[in-house]
Design a protein around this ligand. Structure first.
Ligand SMILES: C[S@@+](CC[C@H](N)C(=O)[O-])C[C@H]1O[C@@H](n2cnc3c(N)ncnc32)[C@H](O)[C@@H]1O
Length: 252
């Protein structure tokens, strides 16, 4: 058997690692690392999680070079994305087959929780289902998501009593706020909230959650949108990148 662990490591705070994840961090022989054009600081935060918690001996690291993601403007974008996914899957499959021996345990560290806006789990499942890596047994260790940290830091429940919560990428706010009372917005490359009609909306915003640079702003959208836009722009200019998530809540 080749065990493959997808370990949710939390979204930035080194203490947001579960006891199950601690055991998993000690259990792997091979760490698979996906090299993306990610901010160096994020890569460093991941390293810190292993350095801080692993007590087991040395391990091997296998780097996977992510093929460049096609541009949205590429001709036949859908087909280009399908090719890109297939390339990644084939590359990971070959690495698992060649670098993880029978009887060994491999791991991927997954930001936040592996179930939320992460391709790692989908790709690993596809590889496990295809069966081209003999004896591959996939295990998922849940993590604390940025969404949970957002709610905790603002000290709010995400839902109102008996009501649903919707989680969406910011891209889908282009047509206005979806029809839900509470909407969590992730993956915003800009400030999609500022384009919405703010009447009857509150926002709970958090950036770099769980890290020393954490930023929190909350209030009626009409009153705090400008402050968030300015704070975000300043932080982005200083650090070169920004990671933020927010809850939009219909009031009344
Ligand atoms: C690719 S998704 C990964 C989400 C992750 N699996 C999770 O459970 O939080 C990245 C998005 O998560 C949110 N995010 C992740 N970490 C964050 C943090 N420390 N502070 C604020 N937002 C964060 C941002 O919306 C970012 O665009």
């Amino acid at each position: 058997v080749r065990r493959l662990l997808l370990i949710g490591i939390g979204a930035g705070h080194p203490d947001h690692v579960t006891v199950q994840a601690l055991a998993a961090l000690d259990a792997f022989d091979v760490l698979f690392v996906v090299e993306k054009a990610a901010a160096e600081e994020l890569v460093a935060l991941r390293r810190r999680v292993v350095a801080r918690h692993r007590t087991a001996g040395p391990y091997r690291t296998v780097e996977l070079q992510d093929p460049p993601r096609p541009w949205r403007s590429a001709p036949d974008y859908r087909a280009a994305v399908a090719r890109w996914r297939a390339q990644r899957t084939a590359q990971w499959e070959a690495a698992l087959r060649d670098e993880l021996a029978d009887g060994e345990t491999g791991a991927f560290l997954v930001w936040g929780d592996p179930s939320l806006y992460e391709s790692t789990l989908a790709i690993a499942r596809e590889i496990a289902d295809r069966g081209a890596v003999p004896g591959l047994a996939l295990e998922v260790i849940p993590g604390i998501s940025s969404v949970q940290v957002l709610a905790a830091r603002h000290r709010i429940p995400l839902n109102r009593v008996g009501r649903p919560v919707l989680i969406t990428p910011a891209r889908l706010l282009g047509d206005g706020l979806p029809d839900a009372d509470d909407v969590v917005v992730m993956l915003d490359p800009g400030t999609a909230f500022a384009e919405l009609d703010p009447a009857g909306l509150e926002i709970y915003w958090g950036a770099y959650l769980g890290t020393d640079d954490e930023l929190l702003i909350a209030g009626p959208l009409a009153e705090v949108a400008e402050e968030i836009v300015a704070t975000r722009a300043r932080a982005r200019a200083e650090k070169g990148w920004v990671f933020d998530v927010y809850l939009l809540r219909r009031t009344g």
